[in-house]
Design a protein around this ligand. Structure first.
Ligand code: FMN
Length: 212
């Protein structure tokens, strides 16, 4: 039954400075949900392709078309994806769909810098057209990006803004009539909840904007 009381709830307040980093991470990632997953493909200086998922990922603007990625550190050192993006100034964001949920998870393995997650996960690699970066050949929707801006987050790693130079779409993906919206039922996107929990597409509700 809906709780329509207008009384303020008796909330429990957690001061973020009073809890440890693990608890802050658990609170943040279970409350900012579901998050899209940017499945990021890059190339290292040695030419080896790299692939890893990042759910601190968001759309930022449409003109120019910008996306953001926050990439943490591992053992105090920048993760391969961040290092490659800063070196090469290009990357691709592969949209994670239901069909790729398990294989996406495999690519989160912390391989050494010269490890190839495409190979490790049994995924074919292809080359983007508008930027010099690899992408997941079997992915139905890919954002081909150029580095737009980088913000050093200190201990938290780096925030990267990428400008989408090309949108790669499988022609079999349906679009909403009379628009460029890709139909979510056809795309079947996956969202990240907490830890190893993910959300699949549920019921879609169309809620028109109110008119004044
Ligand atoms: C669904 C999912 C989302 C993730 N999101 C992030 C994230 O937003 N930021 C981050 O630093 N690591 C994130 N990780 C962990 C990285 O994918 C993992 O550390 C990976 O090994 C990094 O690879 P790299 O060193 O090749 O860049 C995520 C893992 C999974 C499975």
């Amino acid at each position: 039954m809906a709780d329509d009381s207008q009384e303020p709830r008796r909330h429990r307040i957690i001061w973020t400075e009073a809890v440890d980093g693990r608890e802050r991470y658990q609170l943040l990632t279970s409350l900012v949900v579901p998050r899209p997953i940017g499945w990021v493909s890059t190339r290292g200086r040695d030419g080896v392709p790299n692939l890893a998922p990042f759910s601190f990922f968001s759309a930022v603007a449409s003109s120019p078309m910008l996306v953001s990625l926050a990439i943490g550190k591992r053992g105090g050192v920048a993760k391969d994806s961040l290092r490659n993006i800063l070196d090469q100034e290009t990357f691709c964001v592969n949209v994670v769909t239901e069909a790729h949920l398990d294989v996406m998870n495999r690519t989160a393995a912390g391989l050494p810098p010269d490890g190839d997650e495409f190979d490790f996960a049994g995924l074919a690699v292809a080359e983007a057209e508008t930027v010099d970066a690899p992408y997941v050949a079997a992915c139905p929707a890919v954002l081909e990006c150029e580095l737009f801006k980088q913000v050093d987050l200190g201990e938290a790693g780096g925030l990267v803004l990428g400008e989408v130079k090309g949108v790669r779409l499988d022609p079999a993906l349906p679009v909403v009539d009379g628009s460029a919206f890709v139909d979510s039922e056809g795309l079947r996107p996956v969202g990240r909840l907490w830890g190893s929990a993910y959300s699949l597409l549920g019921e879609i509700r169309i809620v028109p904007r109110p008119e004044f």
